[in-house]
Design a protein around this ligand. Structure first.
Ligand SMILES: *[C@@H]1O[C@H](CO)[C@@H](O)[C@H](O)[C@H]1NC(C)=O
Length: 167
């Protein structure tokens, strides 16, 4: 299986258990999240075999609902950004990420990041903002929103900020 790590923070943000669609010239990945009962998420990310999951847990009658992607990758929700904060963050991100990309990727990034940023800005009021588990200051943002009144959130990832790791 493949996991996708944040190139900047090293946090695991996604795996190939969640199919993605490329949008905005491949700049963004769109991934369907889903509200599920906690503990029912049957995704083995291979990171933490020992923790949790004792035999005697039984059926929890106080079922807690979580979003599968948030729960699986322990994404940390951040307070919402306004336009100005968002642009400040994006500028820092562009600078940081550019240092990690090869020339071809850098070119692709430079060409398309503006379109992707505009796309995100157009939805900013509807977006939730997440970072990876370590909450690194320079970590890549992950976004979620409820598309067209859907009951389940759609996640948006910066494709070039993801490092594919086989495990
Ligand atoms: C991002 O850039 C700043 C300033 O250049 C640098 O101090 C910081 O270490 C960078 N962060 C990462 C995760 O590369």
């Amino acid at each position: 299986m493949l996991v996708y790590q944040d190139l900047l923070s090293g946090d695991e943000l996604l795996s190939d258990s969640f199919p993605y669609r490329e949008i905005e010239n491949g700049m963004l990945w769109e991934v369907d999240g889903k509200w599920v009962v906690q503990g029912a998420v049957d995704v083995d990310i291979g990171a933490n075999p020992s923790a949790e999951g004792g035999e005697d847990e039984g059926v929890d009658d106080q079922a807690v609902k979580v979003v599968d992607i948030v729960d699986t990758f322990r994404l940390q929700e951040q307070p919402p950004f306004d336009k100005k904060q968002f642009l400040t963050q994006i500028k820092k991100f562009i600078k940081n990420l550019s240092e990690k990309l090869d020339d071809e990727q850098k070119e692709k990034f430079r060409k398309n990041i503006e379109g992707a940023t505009k796309f995100l800005l157009s939805k900013i009021k509807d977006l939730q903002f997440f970072v990876g588990e370590s909450m690194h200051d320079d970590g890549c943002l992950v976004f979620a929103y409820y598309k067209d009144g859907s009951a389940d959130p759609t996640f948006l990832y910066f494709a070039l900020a993801l490092k594919e790791v086989k495990c």
